[in-house]
Design a protein around this ligand. Structure first.
Ligand code: 5GP
Length: 198
């Protein structure tokens, strides 16, 4: 059976990655969004097991120790990681899997799975990024400051990704994400490997 596509989405907080994730899910019905484990505090409106698996630092370290994570990284003082088992299961079942992860985790996944599709999402400017982070209203001033600094360093890694989406218009960004999946689905080598005679 043909394996699912592994899709990596990265970009600074506030760039609008969730718009892209929604567009990809719409383009690939049945795609699986990987729920990461994190040690950061739950935000208002978030749900444990839906947005993240909120775990203690001890529980996270246990996941690392037992090889339970596909990748992991520390980001503004908290650990984030992708539970390996559900991702590998879904890919094996031919289901596309979407990872929303930062660049160090993305690097680990690209090294293990060079065929992964990688998309970097950025805001049109840092001023716009700051505005979006403030409009969220869920971050403290210190958190916003740290995320902006981190956002700048994340953007320096943008060229390790195959695709770049500048999210200045939600609909345009969503259309670009969908187009990437369409193009990836048309890759000749995939057709050839899945085709029996002609
Ligand atoms: P937030 O705290 O805003 O939800 O996420 C902060 C950053 O952590 C985002 O850039 C997000 O992509 C990244 N992130 C979320 N889950 C994971 C994960 O499982 N692994 C890695 N490496 N980064 C993650």
């Amino acid at each position: 059976m043909k394996k699912g596509k592994l899709i990596i989405i990265s970009g600074p907080s506030g760039a609008g990655k969730s718009t892209i994730v929604h567009a990809l899910m719409a383009q690939s019905p049945g795609a699986f969004f990987s729920v990461s484990a994190t040690t950061r505090a739950i935000r208002p409106g978030e749900e444990d097991g839906v947005d993240y698996l909120f775990v203690t630092r001890e529980a996270f370290q246990e996941l690392i120790r037992t090889d339970g994570l596909l990748e992991w990284a520390e980001y503004v003082g908290n650990y984030y990681g992708t539970p390996a088992k559900p991702v590998l299961e879904k890919l094996g079942q031919g289901v596309d899997v979407i990872l929303d992860i930062e660049s160090r985790g993305a690097r680990q996944v690209m090294d293990k799975y060079p065929e992964a599709i990688s998309i970097f999402v950025c805001a049109p400017s840092f001023a716009e990024l700051e505005k979006r982070l403030r409009n969220r209203g869920t971050n403290t001033e210190e958190d916003i400051r740290r995320r902006l600094i981190k956002g700048r360093s994340e953007c320096e890694k943008a060229d390790m990704y195959t695709y770049l989406i500048v999210n200045d218009d939600r609909d345009k960004a969503a259309a670009e994400a969908a187009a990437i999946l369409v193009a990836e689905g048309c890759k000749n080598k995939d057709h050839l490997s899945g085709r029996k005679g002609g």
